[in-house]
Design a protein. Structure first.
Length: 377
């Protein structure tokens, strides 16, 4: 027996605000509704998806999912219950064996949750909903005063998609009209159908208020950096702010800390801020012999000023000598101290080039870095 999905998307999203209904807000570069619909279209056991919408939002609807392989959307009603019922009626001509009803506003639904509901629905032929225990202490209030603490053990948080035998839930909806029920499990319970639980998912939240979008939409950006400095006569090199005794030094306008330069460029790259030379021109005598932590601190400030946070830094030093291994931890700590990023998010690696090329001949040191920066929108 086939499984269809009904996505109820006819609400106005009053609590979320923002000019257009929340199912058309952008989330990580795509409309909420598109992300939700794709989760079901991409699921191998879903035979088809029917969206219930408000025709007043047709332009938004077309922009969001007009290019996807969907049957015409169904006109919704004044309540969620009415919208779900209209969606079910639209499937009546060619009824599926099972149906999953899902909130458009739950865009983070995982393939696993969908699979769990389908598996249990097919096995038990009972109504099925994803549920979670309640993490907070629950109180009953009287006005603005706390009346008592409620035992939360028997309480659950109900999510969607909720799955049913199509005929059962269609009949149950007929009996629920006007009762103000807020999910389809309540409709099934009202009709005396048994509903069982499967494990829900904390990420499967119903985007409801503006803050839900702030917490969940993260903008992750990455940048790469690469730098080379040649050796010249000397007695130590400075790598990642760590002084290492060596029979040569690195040649450069500043202190030639090739590791910090690569990291600085990676951070600038992640935020589209050019490169180290744009910010600290080598023609400017001011930077002669400068300690390179100045450059890195500047890049961190630019990231922070733009509202970003460094999530990770990964650096590879490429040379035959000096040996990096004994200094790796000191380098990670030094980068952490300069950037304010915790050591666990900083990686320093090293490789030789098997005596090939300029690094292999010991003519200099190369460094490449990758930085990940996170923005909350
Ligand atoms: N929904 C619907 N038809 C309605 C009301 C709600 O299809 N008449 C849908 C919403 O689009 C949403 C889901 O039901 O995907 C859950 O409802 P809710 O989170 O309450 O969304 P809204 O009603 O749009 O939001 P609000 O209550 O803040 O106005
Ligand atoms: Mg509502």
């Amino acid at each position: 027996m086939s499984v269809w999905a009904i996505i109820v998307a006819a609400g106005v999203g009053e609590r979320a605000g923002g000019g257009v209904p929340k199912q058309y807000h952008d989330i990580g570069g795509q409309p909420v509704l598109r992300k939700t619909v794709l989760a079901f279209l991409n699921h191998p056991e879903i035979a088809g998806v029917r969206v219930v919408f408000n025709p007043r939002h047709d332009d938004l609807y077309q922009k969001a999912v007009g290019d996807l392989n969907l049957p015409a959307p169904v006109r919704g009603g004044k309540s969620r219950q009415e919208s779900a019922y209209l969606g079910l009626q639209a499937l009546e001509d060619n009824p599926p064996g099972f149906v999953l009803i899902h909130d458009a506003a739950r865009a983070f639904v995982s393939q696993d949750v969908i699979s769990r509901v389908i598996e249990t629905l097919k096995r038990t032929r009972k109504g099925c909903l994803p549920a979670l225990p309640i993490p907070d202490t629950i109180k009953r209030r009287e006005g603005s005063a706390v009346a008592e603490t409620v035992d939360r053990e028997p309480l659950i948080l109900a999510q969607t998609p909720q799955g049913f035998k199509f005929e059962d839930i269609l009949k149950a909806h007929e009996a629920a009209i006007g009762k103000g029920l807020t999910d389809d499990a309540a409709v099934a319970e009202n009709a005396g159908f048994e509903v069982v639980m499967v494990k829900g998912d904390k990420a499967n939240i119903k985007l409801t208020v503006k803050e839900d979008f702030i917490i969940h939409v993260t903008d992750v950006r990455t940048g790469t950096g690469f730098d080379v400095h040649a050796f010249e006569d000397g007695d130590q090199v400075i790598l990642c702010g760590v002084k290492i005794a060596h029979d040569q030094k690195l040649k450069g306008h500043s202190d030639a800390d090739v590791g910090l330069h690569a990291i600085t460029d990676a951070l600038l790259g992640a935020i589209g801020e050019g490169d180290i030379g744009d910010h600290f021109p080598p023609t400017d005598d001011k930077w002669k012999g400068a300690a390179s932590d100045i450059f890195l601190k500047h890049a961190i400030k630019l990231v922070t000023d733009k509202g970003g946070r460094v999530s990770s830094i990964d650096l590879t030093l490429i040379c035959e000598a000096p040996k990096i291994g004994p200094h790796r931890e000191a380098m990670r700590k030094s980068i952490a101290a300069i950037t304010g990023v915790e050591v666990a998010r900083i990686s320093v690696k090293a490789t030789t080039t098997e005596q090939l090329g300029f690094t292999g001949r010991g003519e200099g040191i190369a460094a490449q870095a990758l930085a990940t920066v996170i923005f909350n929108e």
